[in-house]
Every structure is written in structure tokens, then in C-alpha cells.
Design a binder for this molecule. Structure first.
Ligand code: NAP
Ligand code: G4F
Length: 349
């Protein structure tokens, strides 16, 4: 049987690398777009790339950038994919306030370039767009959860760009009959999460603290709530979205929400450290309960000009239609992340 061909934009990122491995395990021929960088950027997929010569199963990488429309079209024409997973983005919310034009260019126009390339070359190619729970902003429905029918109220240049690309994907679906679907994904993390996202910043610090019992973790807002899941569970959902009988939009979430403060408390608890907090004005100070040593504080630098205070996703539609549900709870997620960072440190000693 002919292998299905998939093209992943953002293959060097967290989700792209997990998805590439999932698709290889399903016997897909996998292609990915990587940007030219001054350092190698393929760390997350190097294990698979190394197998290139020993096994027939590998990832075919192509240089490219989703802001380059000619490049996008050329790659679609050359690769002739059956399925395109469009994950490439400037994905950091706080940075989108510092680089709004760049974020809009990659996250919105990049999506337009991919959709146009598919429309012109072959409208039968299935398209997945990586939309985000950030698009909800502070909008909550009556049960305090967000689902596919909840109103969007974006709070950052990132969220606005993602919302524009969400609508654009729907427009291509409705106007040209394309199989173009959106996944509205809530936060999902892992041991290979980018190091400037909250969970990884915390897991790395906690791992180091377990060895040194030194250092002060500097954070921003501890009072926001996030619905955190595990990335490998979510890429399985992404794949299911493109296997569904027709194109549609789906929320993928854990369905449970915790404050940032709770995440930090649980991460320290994992290494046997209990925290106690003091709040002076708006600033938090966190101490090791055992010896009263200061281990964390909040500083203005990490606060955002605008914050999404509360995210809790309802994934009922995905559960019913895609038979998808998350498998990993927050305690297991923290265990995976902190233990992996401890192991990384051990190896580097
Ligand atoms: P990530 O780790 O930041 O990966 C982003 C990927 O996009 C990287 O491979 C990056 O390449 C690539 N990229 C950035 N700009 C590009 C450009 N102009 N052209 C080509 N590639 C470009 O993000 P992630 O966590 O895997 O998330 C994947 C997607 O899901 C993103 O669109 C994100 O916005 C969205 N999303 C993520 C979450 C989450 O919680 N993780 C939730 C909802 C939605 P480099 O390696 O060269 O930087
Ligand atoms: O880890 P974060 O930066 O993730 P955020 O902003 O929720 O965005 C992530 O999830 C979105 C889905 O909802 C994705 F679309 C997006 O691409 C990305 O993957 O921040 C989580 C929370 C925020 O409330 C932030 O203000 O943690 C708070 N926070 C507190 N101190 C911090 C810090 N965030 C970061 N990155 N760094 C801090 O020092």
C-alpha cells in the first residue's frame, strides 16, 4: 500500500517533533520544514535523523520559512503531501507584545501562504492549523469552561494572529471545499518544552535546586490559571483531527485547571520541598518551609501588558467524535518534566 505523505511545518519545535515520531510509527513518509539557523536546530529530532542510514524510516527535511510564499508553494509542489500539519509559529505570548509585526507575519501570513499554496496546487490536500486557547482571552461561558462555541476575546498580538489564522482556515474550508481543520489546543507541555515557557522554566530550576539548594527563581504572574496537558497526548489528537470524516474545529485540553502558583508548589513538592508564600503589595515571595530560605519571587519584568487569567477547556466534542482523551495528569506531567531535567543535569556532571 502507498505510504501516506505528511508535511509538518514547525517540525523542530515541541509538537512538530512528537508528531513526526507519531506519524513515522504509523508508517507515514514524513517531510518537515526547518529554518536556516546559525546553530543546528534539530535537537528534538536528531534521534530519528541519526537512524537515517540504518533504517528506511526517517524525516525528510527541507529548508524553508512559512513567511516566504514562493518557498511554501514550491515545497507543496515538490513534496505533494496528502496531509499538511501547520505548526510553525512565533509561539511565545509575552514575546508577541515585543514583536507584534513579526508575530502577525509568521502566525497569520504564514498560514495564508500555506493555505494559498494548497488551494493553487491541489485542493485535496488535508490541512491542519494549530489554533490556540489563547484566542479565548478572558471569555468564559456559563459553566466556566471554553469549548468550540465560546466567544473569542484575544488579549495579545499572538492571540489575535492565531484567531485570524483560525478564521482564515474556516474561510478556505467554506469557500473552496478544502479539508481545512483547526485544533484549538490548550497548554501542553513536555520534557522538550521550550525553556522560556513557564512549566519548563520551573522544571529546570527545580531540578537544579534539588542538587544545589541554591538560587532564586524569578517569575511573573502566579495568579493566572492554565489547563495543562502532556504534548504527546495532544499530537495524537492532532492526527485524529485530520483522520475525521470531514473538516471541523476541535478543542483539545485536559479539562482541569490550576494556578501558576499551584504548578510551582507541585513542582517543588516533587523534590520534597514544601513552599510557603508571603505577598507584599502585588509581589510574591516563596520560601523553603524547612529553612526559610527565599527560593522564588515575582518581578515586574515577567508580567505581561495584558494577561489571560483563566483557561479551562471542555474537550467533549473531541471525546465524542475523535474518541480522544488526555492520558496524563498534572502530577505525572510534573514528574516527567522534573525527572527529565534532573537526568539531563546528572548527565552533564
Ligand atoms: P514551538 O516549540 O515554539 O515550535 C514552533 C516551531 O515553529 C519551531 O519548529 C520553529 O522553528 C518553527 N517556526 C517559527 N517560525 C517559523 C517560520 N517563520 N517558518 C518556519 N518555521 C517556523 O511551539 P509548539 O509548542 O511546538 O507549538 C506548535 C504550534 O501549536 C504553534 O503554532 C503554537 O502556536 C501552537 N500551540 C501550542 C500550544 C502549546 O501549549 N504548546 C498550545 C496551543 C497552540 P525553530 O526551531 O527554528 O524556532
Ligand atoms: O508558559 P506560558 O508562557 O504559556 P502561555 O502564555 O499560556 O502560552 C502557551 O499556551 C498557549 C495555549 O493557551 C499557546 F498558544 C502558546 O503558544 C503557548 O504555548 O505562560 C503560562 C502562564 C501565563 O499566565 C504567564 O503570565 O504563566 C505565567 N508566567 C508567570 N511567570 C510566566 C512566567 N510565563 C513565562 N513564560 N515565564 C515566566 O517567568
Amino acid at each position: 500500500m502507498k505510504k501516506k505523505v505528511a508535511l509538518i511545518t514547525g517540525i523542530t519545535g515541541q509538537d512538530g517533533s512528537f508528531l513526526a515520531k507519531l506519524l513515522l510509527s504509523k508508517n507515514y513518509k514524513v517531510h518537515g520544514i526547518k529554518r536556516r539557523t546559525s546553530f543546528f536546530s534539530t535537537k528534538r529530532i536528531d534521534d530519528v535523523l541519526k537512524e537515517k542510514h540504518s533504517k528506511n524510516q526517517t524525516i525528510n527535511l527541507h529548508y524553508g520559512d512559512v513567511t516566504d510564499s514562493v518557498n511554501c508553494f514550491d515545497l507543496i509542489k515538490k513534496i505533494k503531501p496528502d496531509e499538511v500539519y501547520h505548526l510553525a509559529a512565533q509561539s511565545h505570548v509575552a514575546i508577541s507584545f515585543e514583536q507584534p509585526y513579526y508575530t502577525a507575519n509568521v502566525d497569520f501570513l504564514g498560514t495564508l501562504n500555506m493555505l494559498e499554496s494548497i488551494r493553487i496546487y491541489n485542493k485535496k490536500i488535508k490541512f491542519y492549523n494549530a489554533a490556540s486557547s489563547e484566542m479565548y482571552g478572558d471569555s468564559r461561558n456559563s459553566i466556566g469552561e471554553q469549548n468550540e462555541n465560546t466567544t473569542f476575546n484575544p488579549k495579545s498580538p499572538y492571540a489575535v494572529s492565531k484567531l485570524a489564522s483560525f478564521h482564515l482556515t474556516k474561510v478556505y474550508r467554506e469557500s473552496y471545499g478544502m479539508f481545512a481543520s483547526n485544533g484549538i489546543l490548550f497548554n501542553h507541555e513536555s520534557e522538550i518544552r521550550g525553556e522560556n515557557f513557564l512549566t519548563r522554566k520551573v522544571s529546570k530550576f527545580v531540578a537544579k535546586y534539588s542538587f544545589t539548594k541554591k538560587g532564586i527563581l524569578l517569575l511573573g504572574n502566579l495568579d493566572s490559571y492554565r489547563d495543562w496537558g502532556y504534548a504527546p497526548d495532544f499530537v495524537d489528537g492532532i492526527w485524529r483531527i485530520l483522520q475525521y470524516k470531514h473538516p471541523d474545529d476541535f478543542v483539545l485540553s485536559s479539562g482541569i485547571t490550576h494556578s501558576v502558583k499551584k504548578f510551582v508548589i507541585l513542582a517543588f513538592k516533587h523534590i520534597g520541598v514544601e513552599l510557603k508564600f508571603k505577598k507584599i503589595g502585588n509581589q510574591y515571595f516563596g520560601y523553603n518551609k524547612l529553612n526559610n530560605n527565599l527560593v522564588l519571587k515575582t518581578i515586574n519584568y515577567y508580567y505581561r501588558p495584558n494577561e489571560v487569567n483563566y483557561l479551562k477547556g471542555n474537550y467533549l466534542k473531541a471525546k465524542k467524535k475523535l474518541k480522544w482523551k488526555p492520558k496524563t495528569n498534572i502530577n505525572n506531567l510534573i514528574k516527567i518534566m522534573v525527572d527529565n531535567d534532573i537526568e539531563n543535569l546528572r548527565k552533564s556532571l
